[in-house]
Design a protein around this ligand. Structure first.
Ligand SMILES: *[C@@H]1O[C@H](CO)[C@@H](O)[C@H](O)[C@H]1NC(C)=O
Ligand SMILES: *[C@@H]1O[C@H](CO)[C@@H](O)[C@H](O)[C@H]1NC(C)=O
Ligand SMILES: *[C@@H]1O[C@H](CO)[C@@H](O)[C@H](O)[C@H]1NC(C)=O
Length: 179
């Protein structure tokens, strides 16, 4: 009888342990779209699996009208049911203002923190060069997100719209699964 309880207790602890370390973020796709190829264009935009444990994202945007001093970003999270539906976040920010005062928007700060160490988008405006995210390991994002967020399992889309001088210039979509 006693032994049975000990075994039950151990099974419970193992289950709790696995509950704690979920969710696991698995990136499945990344999609970049430019709406005015004379203004900006994506040289590349890819998710690459090197092997089972190493997957990374890289993207490069060529900017043809620099310097840029006014940038607005709308980012929204969507969850897939029958089609993607808005889920929790839909925020528009003045990126130049926030880069100057990073603490003014913790949510933007969190997302910027996910890629700024692997990117040259790591300074205040103006931007007078092409933008690069270089081999951002998805495991790094996984580490940052695990524990910080607890969302239901499922397929998600992190959608971002980029505006310069009030004009919609580009969209970058990240598709991922929480399991
Ligand atoms: C996966 O690739 C990375 C980079 O080439 C390498 O450092 C790592 O050892 C590889 N892992 C496995 C399990 O092969
Ligand atoms: C976010 O909100 C804006 C303004 O309400 C809306 O136009 C836009 O479609 C929303 N984005 C998503 C992805 O739902
Ligand atoms: C920003 O990124 C560039 C390119 O990766 C790097 O050379 C530079 O030192 C970084 N600057 C800051 C303030 O981190």
């Amino acid at each position: 009888m006693y032994i049975k309880y000990i075994i039950l207790y151990q099974i419970l602890m193992i289950l709790l342990f696995f509950t704690e370390i979920t969710p696991l973020v698995e990136f499945t796709n990344i999609k970049c779209t430019s709406f005015d190829k004379k203004y900006n264009d994506f040289e590349y935009c890819r998710l690459k699996s090197v092997n089972r444990s190493f997957k990374y994202m890289s993207l490069k945007v060529n900017l043809y009208k620099v310097p840029i001093t006014k940038v607005k970003v709308n980012f929204a999270m969507l969850k897939r049911y029958s089609g993607y539906k808005p889920f929790l976040y839909n925020i528009t920010v003045d990126a130049c203002k926030i880069l100057k005062h990073p603490k003014s928007n913790p949510i933007f700060g969190f997302f910027h923190g996910l890629f700024k160490k692997h990117s040259n988008m790591n300074h205040t405006c103006p931007y007078d060069h092409d933008l690069v995210v270089d081999k951002l390991p998805t495991s790094f994002i996984n580490q940052q997100v695990t524990g910080a967020l607890s969302f239901p399992h499922g397929d998600y889309l992190f959608h971002s719209d980029w505006f310069a001088y009030g004009v919609h210039r580009a969209t970058v979509d990240f598709f991922y699964t929480l399991s």
